[in-house]
Every structure is written in C-alpha cells, then in structure tokens.
Design a protein around this ligand. Sequence first.
Ligand code: UDX
Length: 454
Amino acid sequence: MKITVIGTGYVGLVTGACLAEMGNHVVCLDLDARRIASLNQGQLPIHEPGLLDVVLRNARAGRLEFTTDTDHAVAHGLLQFIAVGTPPSEDGSADLQHVLAAARAIAERMAGYKLIVNKSTVPVGTADRVRDTVAGVLAARGLAADFTVVSNPEFLKEGSAVQDFMRPDRVIVGSEDHRATELMRAVYAPFMRNRDRLVLMDVRSAEFTKYAANAMLATRISFMNELALLAETLGADIEHVRTGIGMDPRIGTHFLYAGTGYGGSCFPKDVRALIKTAQDAGQAFHILPAVQAVNERQKQVLVDKICARFGPDLSGRRFALWGLAFKPGTDDMREAPSLAIIERLLALGAEVVAYDPQAMDQARQALGPRAGLSFAVLADAALTGADALVIATEWKEFRSPDFAHLAATLHERVVFDGRNLFEPAELQAAGLEYHAIGRGTASAPPFDTAHAQR
Ligand code: UDX
C-alpha cells in the first residue's frame, strides 16, 4: 500500500518505519529540513532501540523515503497519517495548529480519494475539526469531498516503541465509514496475524480512549506513590504491598512501581489536557488534579530525604546522580523527575555529578550550564568524591552495583534510591545506609525476591 506519514517525531518515525517493514511504500514528510537531511544520512533524531535497523533496511530497499516535499508526499499516499506534535498550549489544552496545518496541506493538494488517519494524540472532537478543515479547502477548490478522517491513536512506549508497534496489544480505530475501516484493517492485518486485536469504534470514543488510558496509568502511579509515603510512615514496605496487590488479577502487576514520579512527553501533558477538556465540557475532573499534585510532590521526595539526613543547607556536599532520562531505554528528558531533583539540590548549595547512559546531551541542553553541575562519562566516575549516591532512573546497569566499592567510595556511605532497585539488607550488610521509596521496615524480613522481578 502507498502510505504517507506527516511528522517524523517519535510516533511518525516509528509508524513510518514499521509500516515500511511490512512491505508498504512509505513516504515520511517533515518541514524540518535538517531533520530530513540527517534521516537521509541514516541518523535518527531520537534514541530508540531497534529503530535504526528498521529505518536503514527499509530505506535501502526503497520502501521508506524521507522528504520535505509536501506535493510529493501528498500525491504519494492513499493513506495520509498525521503524526505531528500536539504540544500543550498555555491553558493546558493540546495545541492543534500542526494537526490542522497538515490537514490543510493535504486538502490543498489532493486529487482523488484520501484516507486521513489522525495518529497524533488529539482531544475529542479533533477529527471533526480536521474534517471541516479539509472540506472547507476542497470546497474553495471546487472539488468534491472525496476523503475520510479516522482516528487511530498510538500507544507505543518510548524504549520499546518498535516492539509495541510490531506486536500491538490493541489497535484502536475510530471510523464511521466502511471503506476507511477496511483500509485500516488491511494496513494492520500483518501486525496481528495470530489474533485480531483491532478494536473498532466511533471516532470520538477512539480519541477519548487514548487520554483515558494515559490518565488511568498516571493515576495508578500517583496512587502507588501516595501509598508508598504512607507505608513509610506506618513502617510497612511498599514492595511487599505491591507484590501482594499485584497478584489480584483485577489489579495486575504492571505500573505499580513507586518512584520519583512520572515524567515524559505523554502523561503530564495528557493529564493536563484531559483536565482542560473536562473543564471545557463543563465538568470538573476531581481525581486528575490530585494525580498531578501527588506527582509534583513525589518529585521532591528524594531531596526531602536528603535534607532530612544532611540538613537543609547542602553547601559543601557532593552527590553522585545516576539516571537522568525520565525512564530507562530513552534519552528523553521531557519532564524528567531528575530535572526537579537537580534544580533543588543545586539551589540548596550542593554539587551534583550526574551520569546517564544515554541522556547526558539532552540533559545538558535541558539544564544549560549550571554552577555546581557536572557530568561523568561513567557511573563509577560520578562516585569519586561524592558524599552520597542518588538514583533517579532505573537503568539496567545500575541494578547490580558493587556495594563494597560503593561503601569504600562514598564519603558518607549513603544511597538514596528513587526506584527501589535493591534489597535493603544487602546494602546494610555492606555498611551502606539505604533510603528508598516507601520502605519503612528497616528490621523486616528480607523482601521475597522471587516476586521482585520487574
Ligand atoms: C506512555 C504510555 O505508556 C504509552 O502507552 C503512551 O503512548 C505514551 O505515554 P511513555 O511516556 O513512553 O509511554 O512511558 P511509560 O513507560 O508509560 O512511563 C511513563 C512514566 O511513568 C515514566 O516516568 C516512568 O518512570 C513512570 N512509571 C511507570 C512509574 O513511576 N511507575 C510505574 O510503575 C510505571
């Protein structure tokens, strides 16, 4: 099939590459000439495991093109995927200018039927606005309204985006048109050969499903983080509690990890946007503002613990910080909890030596030059001269450190673990003081590691 993907961000790039992988001929359009030039030289603008291979293989095979030529891109695809950014406006609502500009770009050039697929995360009602925009332009051109707009929200996770796209747990299609539905079925059939996972619904429900999923997951995380705080106060261990509740199939084991708060490009933005959507619809959404407030507080929890241990004035103290990206497997720093941790440590006079396997360039850009902040090329190098270790992101390489070496290197022998990576007894045995999230049972029996695997 001939497919055009507009926008080469996370969603667009993964969508285009994976659709080409299934034998489609895909043209990816972006107005950013530098981005397209580097894609054409085989360089990805993002770090995403497995993506480069898929891009290079399909580009070489001639099935995947990157272009800034809108005429060519619109002429190419029977299907036109819109996968441009929807950054938050000042009032929290999603800014649709790029989506509507893409719709206009298609309408101004199309000759013959086009299926327009909204893949960007857009508020309920956006497909109608896209439809009106396209219809308006076509009417002005004196052409018949020979197009359909469907909603096909993307659920891929950064760090496993290619896998998520190639083996989706569900594909949501909001379509009220038979021809469009059949085209969408045909496009996704190769990704679901063992079991049909296409869920067909009306357009508005599809748009809403995306926000509902992300808001539900964000709520789960804030709920766990709030339970963790209470567990600590009560002398219970949230890791035991997590295992205990997760075995109930109604709850399930995923997304129950207490930590330093959620970040990234989706949860914070989508929670804000859903609150705004509810407001605009004249309905207060009572739970989500609490989810946000808990998340903001959670980003402060590690530094609160540091202050409780070392006092509120941290001048003269040096901290090694492991993990900057908002989660492992990505170099994405958007709304990463590490940013709030670093800002506050620096504001309290501390020195921070940070290390991340992927995100240091992005972190440098996000934070700018700062007195007191430096970066180490290796995790171990960050420890030199540090009083304590702070862990903000659970990269695999942090999971099994040499505790004896940590104890010998850190001046104060203290570890502040924002991701509950370790067994407290093990650190205690190595002579390390261990502060984690929601683990109020220093004298409790060792955690049952059989269930501790993430
Ligand atoms: C998310 C959704 O999972 C995905 O379906 C959607 O398309 C985009 O938003 P992503 O932003 O890549 O994906 O990250 P995700 O893996 O979902 O993690 C989001 C945040 O929640 C991270 O900051 C992570 O550290 C945090 N998190 C996740 C927890 O704190 N605890 C958990 O148990 C799980």
